[in-house]
Ligand binder design. Sequence first.
Ligand SMILES: [Zn+2]
Length: 120
Amino acid sequence: MTPDDLEFFKKLLDQMLVEAQQNGDSTLEDLTESPSSYADPTDRASVESDRSFTLRIRDRERRLIHKIYEAQQRIESGTYGICEECGEEIGVARLKARPVTTLCVDCKARQEEGEDIQGS
Ligand SMILES: [Zn+2]
């Protein structure tokens, strides 16, 4: 990976972090509206299901934010773009598609095969 590539991913991760945090903030605002302010029980039920949907999204955002932080740390420590399984370079094309990934294509495929076996 060239210094230019690294700079590119640094900016990309910064941008992803801002977007993920903005999404987290806007869902947080939705949650502050109390369901009890709805007198009609039907409305209340739909607000409750919106609420659990919102919580799921927030959970996903939180995990993504965590992954972005980790990727930023790897950029700082000079290990970004190195597969944590085999130590080979992940490759710029794959990183552009998934900037927070820690595995090369081969190791990712192996991991998914392993998950399938465990899942069945
Ligand atoms: Zn690998």
